[in-house]
Design a protein around this ligand. Structure first.
Ligand code: HEC
Ligand code: HEC
Length: 436
């Protein structure tokens, strides 16, 4: 991996790659434009429309799916089921390819860029293929395995039946209604405005936020976890999941860069399994000389064809925020882990206990980094703590528990006036009760 350059420098040196002409996307948020809205500020009419569209299932072919179906507002705008990848499509029975991310803090994501030293950062989706929130928000309406409309005109036909149509026309002008591409762009802008303006997407209300403001104290275990998280010789997590504030914002726990962490293949994803696949599943494995028929290579494809020629980017995925991570039951882009203890244990024993983690579909041992074709194994990050090849893990079981306890303190919804009401996910109760 190239050395990490400060984000601001990366932005100055950036070559902005636009994956799609962005249809008025700039106005509606994304691109790191967010500022912290006060909890009482009302939404603009555009954002209010976005709020209505966000949970309107009538805009999907199944009539049963909206953004909120996968990005559940009551679970940090992430999935609330246990599936590794979501279901969608006309009959709600088609599987997706990647775990659904939380949308919280997503509006702080800068645009995609590749710095002069080759370091990619920013962009929406786990492979950065969408340049803005407004562009991203148009895509689920048309994805065959999500909301499944065949064309923008199909979306407009559904929109025309909705009770908020007149408000939509008042905000965006009746003139655009004859141009489905513009209508879809306007829907994207409304959804982006909602995600940018609504304080619920970025409340900065975790126990750790109040600790930073000296309005809460972390327990001894959480404090140890924080120290291990930051220590370059122990967890070194903060090297990518940045734990200090940038540009006057509280910490976001991501630097929006990309890395190839060499995850195990998740056999619960139908596209990963042996046997016949629906026509929308790319069969890229044979051309890559791989053992399996389909590989998700992140930045270099198959969903982000722009960088296909850059072999060094194959297998890299965006560093996600760790805010609210304890509420997730599918971790990493392929959802291969369902709890934080496994995830952190894997980080520090990836290479030394490989037989525990890297399995074939039948449960027998597979080779290291089996979710990559052999040709791209060279891109796996092996040079940085906590990836310590052939050495003792940098965290022991106790220390892993401490790190998990700290991650739990990144859950939003702490009330310094009423600490007892803090919503503690089940896996955090176990971490908190571990002996100090
Ligand atoms: C079927 C489930 C599903 C539906 C419906 C859905 N999403 Fe998503 N969303 C996902 C998945 C899965 C990803 C990650 C896909 C990828 O990286 O290729 C994602 C990614 C995103 C991202 C990128 C986040 C980031 O950090 O880069 C945003 C923003 C987003 N969705 C917003 C929306 C909006 C707005 C809607 C409604 C128009 C919506 N989603 C509908 C599953 C869904
Ligand atoms: C070199 C950069 C780097 C370091 C160091 C690092 N991570 Fe990550 N982390 C990533 C990337 C990249 C991903 C997403 C990878 C993917 O999905 O393929 C990720 C994903 C995660 C996830 C899954 C989050 C989610 O929402 O799915 C957790 C949990 C996590 N990291 C915790 C940690 C902890 C704890 C440490 C320290 C022990 C750590 N990371 C160190 C880059 C890093």
């Amino acid at each position: 991996m190239p050395p990490r350059v400060p984000l601001i420098l990366a932005c100055v040196l950036a070559l902005v790659v636009m994956t799609l002409a962005s249809c008025g996307g700039g106005s509606g948020g994304g691109g790191g434009e967010s500022t912290i809205a006060s909890a009482t500020s009302p939404l603009s009419t555009k954002a209010e429309l976005g709020r209505l569209i966000f949970s309107d299932t009538a805009l999907s072919v199944s009539g049963r799916q909206s953004c909120a179906t996968c990005h559940d507002p009551s679970n940090a705008f992430g999935p609330s089921d246990k599936l590794s990848v979501p279901l969608g499509g006309p009959g709600m029975d088609l599987e997706g390819f990647r775990a659904t991310p939380s949308l919280m803090y997503a509006s702080y994501t800068p645009r995609f860029s590749i710095a002069s030293d080759g370091t990619p950062s920013g962009g929406f989706f786990r492979d950065g293929r969408s340049p803005s929130l407004a562009d991203q928000a148009q895509q689920p309406f048309l994805a065959p395995f999500e909301m499944a409309n065949a064309t923008p005109a199909d979306v407009v036909a559904k929109l025309s039946t909705r009770p908020y149509l007149s408000r939509f026309e008042a905000v965006f002008g009746e003139d655009i209604m004859g141009d489905p591409t513009q209508v879809l762009a306007a829907i994207g802008a409304a959804l982006a405005a909602y995600q940018t303006e609504e304080p619920g997407f970025h409340p900065f209300s975790s126990k750790f936020d109040y600790y930073l403001k000296s309005q809460a104290t972390l327990s001894p275990i959480e404090l140890k976890g924080l120290a291990l998280f930051n220590d370059p010789t122990k967890g070194n997590c903060a090297a990518c999941h940045v734990s200090r504030g940038v540009n006057g914002n509280p910490p976001l726990f991501t630097d929006f860069t990309y890395d190839n962490v060499g995850l195990p293949r998740n056999w619960k994803i139908p596209a990963n399994q042996a046997g016949p696949q629906p026509s929308y599943v790319p069969q890229n494995g044979a051309a890559l000389g791989g053992d399996y028929a389909y590989y998700d290579l992140g930045l270099c494809g198959p969903f982000n064809p722009d960088n296909a020629f850059r072999g060094s980017l194959c297998g890299l995925f965006k560093v996600p925020t760790l805010r609210n991570v304890a509420l997730r039951q599918q971790l990493f882009h392929n959802g291969v882990f369902d709890n934080l203890n496994d995830a952190v244990t894997w980080y520090v024993t990836r290479d030394t206990a490989a037989a525990r983690w890297y399995l074939k579909q039948d449960g027998t041992p597979d080779r290291l980094y089996n979710d990559l074709p052999p040709v791209y194994v060279r891109n796996v990050n092996v040079g940085e703590v906590p990836y310590v090849q052939n050495l003792a893990p940098t965290l022991d079981a106790q220390e892993i528990g401490d790190v998990v306890a700290f991650l739990c303190a990144l859950t939003d919804g702490y009330d310094p006036q009423n600490p007892a009401a803090y919503r503690v996910p089940a896996q955090c109760a176990a971490a908190a009760s571990a002996p100090p």
